[in-house]
Design a protein around this ligand. Sequence first.
Ligand SMILES: Cc1cc2nc3c(=O)[nH]c(=O)nc-3n(C[C@H](O)[C@H](O)[C@H](O)COP(=O)(O)O)c2cc1C
Length: 215
Amino acid sequence: MDKFYDLRRDYSRHGLDESEIATDPIVAFRQWLKTAIDEAPEWFEPTAMSLATVDDNGGVSARIVLLKSLENGEFRFFSSYDSRKGQQLADNPAAALIFYWPYLERQVRVEGTVERTSRQVSQEYFASRPRGSQIGASISQQSQVIASRQELERLAAELEAKLAGGEVPCPENWGGYLLRPKRIEFWQGRESRLHDRILFERDADGTWSRCRLAP
Ligand SMILES: Cc1cc2nc3c(=O)[nH]c(=O)nc-3n(C[C@H](O)[C@H](O)[C@H](O)COP(=O)(O)O)c2cc1C
């Protein structure tokens, strides 16, 4: 079976009306994220988002990362600066995020530009991570080819032995990114594909304008 023509759902849980969505998309996003967290099934990660980046030649790649905070209207996540995404973001800071909350029949699309957070923000978040994750981030040259799983486990054990229970320092090549949004679109699934789409665009003076898009 490689056709999925009959796999379809009708969406009927919510509507999205101009009168009920906040005029500031960050406020609206916070409300949607809160509902997504409150109503998430136990196995679902509501802060997971796909992150799309572009390389020098216009090649696109995407992967899931976790939203770790939303501050000053910036979407923050953490990664290795030497990873494939890190290299692409260094070459071209344009990026897009997608949140998909199927149980709410909602999608949010965010587009903008990315920069690194301060080293202090990186260190602060790194310090809050479980020790195993700190060790993992320290020994993994993310996106590089490795010989085997054993090699990874050996490097982790070696670092653990070297640190002898001491604090794991935040690696120099690891840290936070923040995406400054220019476009944020809220999508609410509706019956018969007549979905609601409300798009916010940031104007040159920093204020947001809003319109409705055809589904
Ligand atoms: C649920 C989930 C959460 C993830 N969270 C992160 C994250 O916060 N940061 C990160 O660097 N990679 C995260 N990953 C791994 C990335 O999807 C990806 O494999 C990795 O960042 C390497 O991507 P790159 O080679 O394009 O740089 C996550 C993967 C999944 C499935």
